[in-house]
Every structure is written in structure tokens, then in C-alpha cells.
Design a protein around this ligand. Structure first.
Ligand SMILES: [Zn+2]
Length: 594
């Protein structure tokens, strides 16, 4: 019985490039998980998109002298290119700047209002008379009231690191034209998290047995310590989604409130694009569906507390308001396997100081699988990890090339030469040692599968590599390259056994390093690919054009099962799967940093 699995992936802010820390933090683990679930035969929808709204995008537009639309489209295009090169198989990667997302977000807002989970409150905020508009906190600069630093931002002081209350800044000035703003009263909608707290606590308690400790600490732990309090969900800003209430013109939904709604709106957009407009309900209304959220640790409260509160609070009103369906409650997160951070050569990654390895730049010099391999082997699942160039070269050469790539290439090339380009046809009965190694490798479908299901991706990769090492040991013992000189029939058994083990390992490695597994799959003589393919297209709606990344599904039958390689099957002349790197690479790459 196949399950409906929603793979919800963090929405990158469309105001900067993506680096390796972002990739290993959320995008890559999501893709590994999604690919595995598809191989098992489950119904996967993997969605995300560019977070186009909010002050980070408008600040960037002001700095570059362009418009927010141009900023978002520029970075969005870069994301689409990177995700294709890296093989991130989004069923839909869209953006928050779509008519559909506006409508879904406004429906969630109105459903919360219907259920009395919204209230309004007046507060003071900086207003720029020169521009006749309220200034977001990031647009006000002044003297830090804590340390006296004269260039503090409204939301944060870069000198003492304190989060600031913008209203208390000394000598405030507008970042746009330097004029002095004044405090004026404004009104905002608040999400009544206090009223939603009992339901959220119950939801989190049900997940105590299997959530990562860090995620529980930042959700349930925080609530039990401090309780939940109302949060403003609107802003005085014109770049974003209008508040759908008469008299509230000029105000927008707060970017954090609407961006998380993207997980739902993207699934709806995906269903429409694929020509089965109601199909999203299988992931969002059926209680048996499981939703996994792949995010970094800095986003835990929004995904483990606030987003579930929005979903629970919208209740059955969402379905009624959105498209008059009688379906009721929206699926709450099943798991939020948030990752910690990856540092670079012992220091925190910093985009602004160029202390980063940028995804697109990296892929202009290296293949995607070595990157996926290293980022998985070094994934910050339970603690911060470090990208170390020497370690990258070592793992590439010793693990990917020596243990796995050479194993596959050596056996395939040998077989191709000695058995006329085919798997040996006359095998006879396998010997006990042959059956033993096949049993060892085939047990991996259980052990590796359990690790991936529980989002322990490092452990799953280590287990796969251990099994490849076992096959190397088997070949050291049987040594078909010598065996063939004495007895070709015996060598045929060894080669057939090794090919079957490699054929199985190919599947076990496929979620992690799909490009090389797909290649190996071809070398082994299979016609149908393992996975589907990616493509982009342009969509048009009332807001204009937006480009999206999509995934054309591959074979529908489950493939996560031991090799059934047929004796006599025709092979394709193989080429090495991976490149060995020179030891000098580490020093060269270090010289590029900073
Ligand atoms: Zn300060």
C-alpha cells in the first residue's frame, strides 16, 4: 500500500545566491528523501519556491537601483539553474509572487479570521513624512541605545549584536533618503497564538517519540517555558500580498506568515499544472498523508509552531473559502527534520564576506555527485559540521572513487571484455560464498531504507558504503581476473555475483548520487531510466510571468529491491563513474575563499 508523502522544502529568499551550507541544510536532504520514497513506490510531491516578498528583497532592490520584481526574478532564475544541475527533483519549484499563492494565502488569513484567531492592535512605528510611508525596521538606522554604535539597523545592531526595538533608536534616520522619521500610530492584525496553544502542545506531544531533540527543544520546550503570545502578521509595506480586508489598503501580509503557506499553495499549483486540479487534497486533506519539512535550524519555530498553528487555526474554513469543498482539516507536519549549520574551514559561512562555496560556482568546476556525496557524508544532522577542502578531496578519492566507483568500473569493464559485452550467460549454481555476499548486500534494502525513512541520511550513506566495501572484500578473495586463467566457469560465477551486488548497490546509492547510478544503470544494460527528468517552463497569470521547475515522473513500479540481473544481458561499454582529484585542489580552492 503506497503512502502519500509531501516533501516540503525551505523557500530560499530571492535576494542572494545559494551556498553549500544552504544545500546540505535543507535542499539536498529533501531530494534524497524524495528520491528514496519514489523508488519505494510511494506517491511523492516535493514542492518549494522562491520567497519573493519582504524587506530583504526591497532592500536589495534599493541597493542595486532596480525593482523588487527584477531582484526576485534574477535570483529565482539562478535557483532554477542550480537545482537542475544538482538534480533536485522538485515536482514544482515556483515562487510566492503568483496569483495562486496570493489567493491561497488570503484564504488562510480569512479562515483564521472566521475562526476568531485574529485580532488587531495599535502600535507606534517610524513614518517617513518625506515619502509618506511607514518604514520597515530594516529601513531605519540610528544610534544603538545599548552600545552607542552610530550605524545600527532598526532591527539589529551589528556592533553589539543585540536585537533592537526600532522605536528606541537614538537619532533615527531613513535609510532611503537620510531624513528623520517620526513615530506614528499604525494598526496590525495579530495571530492569536495564545488561543491556539493547547492544540499546538498536543500536536507536539504526539511527535515527542521521533522528532530530533533540537527541534522539540525549540518548539515544545519553548512553549512549556514561555507560553505562546500573539504575533503581528501584517506590515506597512507595498511589496507583498495585500491584506484582504476593506480599509487595509497599503498593508501586506507579513512575509513569514505567507511564505510558509507556499507549501500548500505550491501543491495546489502543481495539481492544476498536471491537469488534475483536486489531486493536492490527497496530500493536504487525507489524514494518512505524511508531510516532511526540510529546513535549517534557524527556521524551527516557524515550521514546528507557527505554521502548524496557522493550519490548525484555519480549520475547515480554508476548504470552504478556497474552493467550497467540504473537506476539512489540513495536514499538520509529520516531521520537521531540521539540520544544524555547516561551517567552512572552521569559520561560519558568510555570504557578504564571500566566505562561502557558492553552488553554481562549484558546479562550474566539479560534477554534482561528488558534491552530493560529500554534503551527505558531512551533513549537519545532529550538530554543526565543517566543510574542509582536504576532507572533500580525500572522501572523493578514497570513498567515492576507490571504494565504489572503481568497484563498479573494474567488474563491468572486465566482464565486458571477457564475455563479449554481456553478463555471463552460463552461471550454474552459485557457491555458498556467492550467496553469502548477495545476502549481505540485499539486507541493505532493509537497513539503508530504515535509515532514510527516519531521515538519518548520513547513517544510510555510511551503511551503503560499508556494503560496497564488503563486495570489494569478496572480489579480493575470489579474484576473477586470476580465476579466469584456470577456470572460466568459476570466474563467471564470481563476475555474475559481483555484478548483481553492484546492481543492488546502484539502487542503494541512487538517492544520494543519482547521476552516477543512472549512468551505471545504463552500463548494466537497462533501457528504462531509474528516475524521471527535470524541466522548466513559464507560467502566466494576473501578476505576469513566472518560470517554474518541474519533474516528469520516471517508472511507476517500485525499484527499491534486490537486483534481478539476467544472465546473458547485454552491457554497455562502461566509463569511470567518478574523477580522481589532485591533492593540489585543496590549496587552490582555499585560495579562492574570502
Ligand atoms: Zn549596539
Amino acid at each position: 500500500m503506497s503512502e502519500n508523502i509531501l516533501v516540503a522544502v525551505a523557500w530560499p529568499y530571492a535576494n542572494s545566491e545559494i551556498h553549500v551550507g544552504n544545500i546540505t541544510g535543507s535542499y539536498l536532504p529533501a531530494d534524497i528523501f524524495a528520491r528514496y520514497q519514489r523508488l519505494v513506490g510511494n506517491n511523492v510531491v516535493m514542492v518549494s519556491g522562491s520567497d519573493a516578498h519582504g524587506t530583504p528583497v526591497t532592500v536589495r532592490a534599493d541597493a542595486e537601483g532596480t525593482t523588487p520584481v527584477q531582484v526576485y526574478q534574477k535570483y529565482h532564475a539562478g535557483f532554477l539553474e542550480l537545482f537542475q544541475k544538482l538534480g533536485l527533483t522538485y515536482d514544482l519549484f515556483t515562487s510566492t509572487h503568483t496569483e495562486n499563492h496570493f489567493k491561497v494565502s488570503q484564504s488562510i488569513f480569512l479562515a483564521l479570521q472566521k475562526n476568531n484567531y485574529l485580532y488587531t492592535e495599535r502600535q507606534q512605528q517610524w513614518f517617513a513624512p518625506s515619502q509618506k510611508r511607514f518604514l520597515p525596521d530594516r529601513y531605519v538606522e540610528g544610534t544603538c541605545y545599548i552600545c552607542g554604535y552610530t550605524n545600527a539597523r532598526g532591527d539589529q545592531c551589528d556592533s553589539c549584536g543585540s536585537l533592537l526595538d526600532a522605536r528606541q533608536l537614538i537619532e533615527p534616520r531613513s535609510k532611503i533618503d537620510g531624513t528623520r522619521p517620526e513615530l506614528r500610530e499604525t494598526e496590525h492584525f495579530y495571530l492569536d497564538l495564545g488561543a491556539l496553544e493547547p492544540g499546538i502542545v498536543e500536536f507536539l506531544r504526539q511527535r515527542e517519540g521521533y522528532w530530533r531533540p533540537n527541534v522539540l527543544r525549540q518548539s515544545l520546550g519553548q512553549i512549556l517555558a514561555d507560553g505562546l503570545h500573539g504575533r503581528a502578521i501584517t506590515r506597512d509595506l507595498d511589496w507583498g500580498i495585500p491584506v484582504p480586508v476593506p480599509g487595509w489598503e497599503g498593508k501586506c501580509l507579513y512575509v513569514w506568515f505567507e511564505a510558509v503557506i507556499g507549501y500548500l499553495s505550491a501543491a495546489i499549483e502543481w495539481a492544476h499544472i498536471t491537469g488534475d486540479p483536486q489531486s493536492w487534497e490527497k496530500w493536504w486533506f487525507e489524514p494518512s498523508a505524511k508531510a516532511y519539512y526540510f529546513i535549517g535550524k534557524d527556521n524551527i519555530p516557524f515550521h514546528a509552531v507557527i505554521w502548524p498553528a496557522q493550519l490548525a487555526g484555519a480549520g475547515e474554513w480554508f476548504g470552504k473559502l478556497f474552493e467550497e469543498t467540504e473537506n476539512t482539516h489540513l495536514t499538520l507536519p509529520y516531521d520537521v527534520p531540521a539540520n544544524e549549520f555547516m561551517n567552512l574551514e572552521g569559520k561560519k559561512i558568510s555570504g557578504s564576506r564571500n566566505w562561502a562555496i557558492w553552488g553554481r560556482d562549484f558546479l562550474s568546476r566539479y560534477d554534482p555527485d561528488p558534491l552530493r556525496y560529500y554534503l551527505t557524508a558531512n551533513m549537519p544532522e545532529s550538530k554543526d559540521t565543517d566543510w574542509d577542502w582536504e576532507d572533500f578531496v580525500r572522501r572523493n578519492n578514497d570513498e567515492l572513487v576507490a571504494t565504489w566507483g572503481n568497484l563498479a568500473n573494474r567488474v563491468l569493464a572486465f566482464c565486458y571484455r571477457q564475455w563479449d559485452g554481456c553478463v555471463p550467460a552460463e552461471i550454474g549454481d552459485l557457491r555458498p560464498g556467492d550467496q553469502e555476499i548477495l545476502a549481505v548486500v540485499e539486507a541493505g534494502f532493509q537497513s539503508v531504507g530504515e535509515h532514510i525513512s527516519a531521515v538519518r541520511l548520513r547513517a544510510a550513506l555510511i551503511e551503503s558504503l560499508r556494503l560496497a566495501a564488503e563486495v570489494n572484500k569478496y572480489l579480493d578473495t575470489t579474484a576473477p581476473w586470476f580465476e579466469i586463467k584456470k577456470d572460466k566457469a568459476q570466474a563467471a560465477k564470481s563476475v555474475y555475483t559481483a555484478l548483481r551486488a553492484i546492481d543492488s548497490l546502484k539502487i542503494l546509492f541512487a538517492p544520494f548520487i543519482p547521476f552516477s547510478s543512472e549512468k551505471l544503470h545504463t552500463y548494466l544494460g537497462y533501457i528504462q531510466p531509474l528516475f524521471g527528468s527535470q524541466f522548466t517552463e513559464t507560467r502566466t497569470d494576473e501578476l505576469g510571468e513566472h518560470s517554474v521547475l518541474r519533474y516528469r515522473p520516471g517508472p511507476q513500479q517500485p525499484q527499491w529491491q534486490p537486483s534481478q540481473l539476467q544472465p546473458g544481458q547485454a552491457l554497455v561499454n562502461p566509463e569511470p563513474l567518478f574523477r580522481k582529484l589532485e591533492p593540489t585542489v585543496a590549496a587552490e580552492e582555499r585560495a579562492r575563499l574570502g
